[in-house]
Structures are given as structure tokens and as C-alpha cells.
Design a protein around this ligand. Structure first.
Ligand SMILES: O=P(O)(O)OC[C@H]1O[C@](O)(COP(=O)(O)O)[C@@H](O)[C@@H]1O
Length: 433
């Protein structure tokens, strides 16, 4: 009864989303409300008097997890995403969903992407990322990251995954399956790509939880993703072959890419092929809301980001570059600062906003799952990507878990770094931490 009274006092303004009901007018009551699931409703409610029955019906439909084959019409019918389709119908480029400055990721995609299938795919992907955000922040999962498990295949050059990586991978895979829009998913966590649906229009490459070595200390982590069109000319090939070849596309064929940063805020940063935009998770509504439209990385920064404990394994060119900029003797006559979180998404997010260069000069990061998606996003923000010698997006991947040195950041900083010649670290002993 006590719960019921609290419920009535906050019922004025609520939003339901797949992981729970959010009551805007009373965030302090959220925990109580989360425990009040629909099936736990006190049964003696009198629908006519309190008029809760219709509300309950709406909540039931809104609370259901996105299911297989949800499409634009279903999303619009649920009432949650209708603003996006209104915007699309009138063909305007929106800066706010309904003109009140509150524009969700799906509103934005609906207004700016010509392809309904991609909007539906994004809808499911952002749902997966909300689940991962809550997973990595959950007090009940705080021990999961510590338990390393062995990689399934012997002789694999992949790192041993941790349980949270695996759970995140499962979450992304299930959301992509439910979208009905994905032919194949290639994940950093899997030895080979998973074929999902013959006529799915898209190929998704993903690192479901990057930086998970930091997870036990609650340091930021991230999801990285890239979306390609399915190559129709490969449709006749055996499944394994077409799954792999579809996933090995060059970065310059990406149609969308992005990352989700799980930090003090959860940020969905994406390019849909025209600029780079960031959306911040609004915990009061459960929506990613546009907060940084058309991000432009400064052409020059004053920060370098690298694990400089490796200094003595670096080649001469890279040592010289770092020594030069930290003394303020480079093209920018300012002394650079160092920042290194050791979590790629977090280091890149800062670089995108403040400028400078984020790098890992040894062949450690993966071209398919990390290099290409992030390079595309950085270039869409006016920045530059390089492996130390050439742009990332034109490199033809030859194997799924191919690793490479990666330099991302401000145009002038990355160009200056390249001008030092040998900046790729070839000594890679496999560091313990
Ligand atoms: O040990 P290094 O060279 O500093 O590498 C750290 C980098 O490795 C990563 O943790 C990714 O590696 P994993 O995929 O093996 O976790 C990045 O997040 C980070 O930028």
C-alpha cells in the first residue's frame, strides 16, 4: 500500500523504456519505482476510479524490449519515436526533436538519414549500449570483470576475454539480431563473424567493450562500431566466406560508425556520413539526447596521448616527436601536456573535443573493429587518421583481427607527427599491464 501511494504521487509525468520506468517528476523515487514492476501492481486497483488501466496498457507496450523486426511504423506507433518521422516527413534538418531543443538520437537519425533501415539498426544498437552502460555501472557486476577466461581457440592472437566483454558481446549480438537489418556481425570478441540474416542490408563490425582491462577500477570503457552495406555481389558464396569478406571491407566504405563512452556520462558519438555528433544519455528519460552537433576537432591541439612507459621501445622518430612537442619546440610553440587513460574511447573522446593526438604506436589495436570506425568518425569531424605512414581508411584489411599502429587527432598534429618518419613501434614484446 505504501508503494502504491508513492506511485500515485509521482504518476503525473513518466517515461517508460525497456529497462524500467522513469518518473521524471521524482528521480529520488526511482529505486522504489524500479522494484514496482507492472506485474507487481497492487491488484485492488479500480481502473475506472483511478483511470490507471489505459496507462498500464501503454506502459506494457512501451516496456517491452525491442523485438525482432521492429520497424519505423512500429516505433512510431509506440509513440516514443514519432517525432523523428514527423521531422523526416517535412524534410527539415532538425536541431531539436520537436523544436524545444530536445532532440534524441533517433529523432536526429530519422531527420538526417535517408534510409529507414539504418534508423532501425541504430535504434537497436543504442538499446544495446544502454544495457551495457547499466551493466558496467552495476554494483552487482563489480566482480565480473576480474575473472579472466581462456580464449576458445588455441593459438588465437586475441587477448583472453573477460566475462563483461562476453556479456556485452551477447547483448550487441541479440540487439542486432532483433533489428532484422543485419546480415553479419564481426566482433572483436569472436574468432569469426556471425552470419545473422541473408537479406540483412548491413554488416556491423564491433568492439563491444573496449578498455575492459580498466573495468575493475571503474575507469571509462567504450563500445566501438562500424556499419557497412552488405556486398550483394558476394551473396552466392558459402556463408563463412561471405561473412568474412563482407567484414573485411575498407574503412572508406563505411556508411556509419561511432563509439559509446561509459564514463561520468554515457555518450553516443556517431557519424552517419555527414559530420560527427554526440548524444548524452539523459537518465531522466532513458534517451540519448543531442548535446554536441557537428563536432569539429581543433586543427591543432596541445595534448598528446600515449603510453610513454614504452619510450625505450619506440623508434627514433617517435621519441624525437614527443621530445619536441613537450618542450614546445614543434610547429606549435607551446609545451604539450600528456593525458593517457589507457582506454581508447575515452582518450579519443577527449582528443576529439580538445584536439591534439591520441596514439598507440605499436601494432596493438585492430584495424577492423577499432581503427576503421574511429578513423571514419575522426575524419568526419575534420581530423586525420594514420598508421604513421598512410591514412587508415584506405588500408585493405587482410584478416579480421589484424592489428596496427594507430594515430588519430588534429590534422596539423597528426601531419607533424608523420613528418618525423619512423613513428611505428616495431618492438612489441607483449607487455604484462
Ligand atoms: O598497453 P597499451 O599499449 O597502452 O594499450 C592500451 C590500449 O589497449 C586497449 O585497452 C585495447 O586493448 P584490448 O582490446 O586488448 O583491451 C585500449 O583501450 C587502450 O588504448
Amino acid at each position: 500500500m505504501e508503494r502504491f501511494v508513492i506511485f500515485l504521487s509521482v504518476i503525473r509525468d513518466f517515461e517508460a523504456y525497456p529497462d524500467g520506468i522513469e518518473f521524471r517528476s521524482c528521480s529520488n523515487c526511482r529505486r522504489t519505482m524500479q522494484s514496482l514492476t507492472l506485474t507487481q501492481y497492487p491488484t485492488p486497483i479500480s481502473p475506472p476510479r483511478l483511470n490507471l488501466y489505459p496507462l498500464r496498457q501503454i506502459a506494457v507496450s512501451l516496456l517491452s524490449t525491442p523485438t525482432a523486426g521492429i520497424n519505423r511504423r512500429d516505433m512510431a506507433a509506440s509513440g516514443r519515436e514519432s517525432a523523428s518521422f514527423k521531422s523526416l516527413a517535412v524534410g527539415r534538418t532538425i536541431t531539436g526533436g520537436d523544436g524545444d531543443g530536445y532532440c534524441t538520437l533517433i529523432d536526429f537519425a530519422g531527420a538526417n538519414v535517408g534510409d529507414d533501415d539504418l534508423v532501425v539498426l541504430l535504434y537497436h544498437l543504442q538499446h544495446a549500449c544502454k544495457r551495457i552502460a547499466s551493466l558496467v555501472a552495476s554494483p552487482f557486476n563489480s566482480s565480473l570483470g576480474k575473472l579472466s577466461v581462456k580464449s576458445s581457440s588455441s593459438g588465437s592472437d586475441r587477448d583472453a576475454p573477460k566475462p563483461l566483454d562476453i556479456v556485452s558481446n551477447d547483448i550487441v549480438l541479440s540487439s542486432l539480431r532483433n533489428s532484422g537489418k543485419v546480415a553479419v556481425m564481426a566482433s572483436e570478441e569472436d574468432d569469426s563473424p556471425t552470419w545473422i540474416k541473408d537479406d540483412g542490408p548491413y554488416v556491423v563490425v564491433v568492439d563491444p567493450l573496449d578498455g575492459s582491462r580498466n573495468i575493475d577500477a571503474s575507469i571509462p570503457t567504450g563500445t566501438i562500431f562500424g556499419v557497412y552495406n552488405r556486398l550483394l555481389e558476394l551473396d552466392h558464396l558459402p556463408v563463412e566466406e561471405k561473412a568474412e569478406l563482407n567484414s573485411l571491407q575498407r574503412g572508406n566504405r563505411l556508411v556509419a560508425s561511432g563509439y559509446v563512452l561509459y564514463s561520468s556520462a554515457t555518450i553516443f558519438c556517431v557519424t552517419l556520413g555527414s559530420g560527427t555528433h554526440a548524444f548524452t544519455l539523459d537518465h531522466s528519460t532513458g534517451e540519448f539526447v543531442l548535446t554536441h552537433q557537428n563536432i569539429k576537432i581543433p586543427t591543432r591541439g596541445q595534448i598528446y596521448s600515449v603510453n610513454d612507459a614504452r619510450y625505450f621501445d619506440w623508434p627514433e622518430g617517435l621519441r624525437k616527436y614527443i621530445d619536441t612537442v613537450r618542450q614546445g619546440k614543434g610547429q606549435n610553440p607551446k609545451k604539450y601536456s600528456a593525458r593517457y587513460i589507457c582506454s581508447l574511447v575515452a582518450d579519443l573522446h577527449r582528443t576529439l573535443l580538445y584536439g591534439g593526438v591520441a596514439m598507440n604506436p605499436r601494432d596493438h589495436l585492430r584495424l577492423v573493429y577499432e581503427g576503421n570506425p574511429l578513423a571514419y568518425l575522426v575524419e568526419q569531424a575534420g581530423g586525420k587518421s594514420s598508421d604513421g605512414k598512410r591514412g587508415i581508411l584506405s588500408i585493405q584489411p587482410v584478416k579480421l583481427h589484424q592489428r596496427l599502429p594507430l594515430f588519430l587527432g588534429s590534422v596539423e598534429d597528426v601531419a607533424e607527427l608523420e613528418s618525423f618518419g619512423d613513428v611505428q613501434q616495431t618492438v612489441n614484446p607483449g607487455y604484462e599491464v
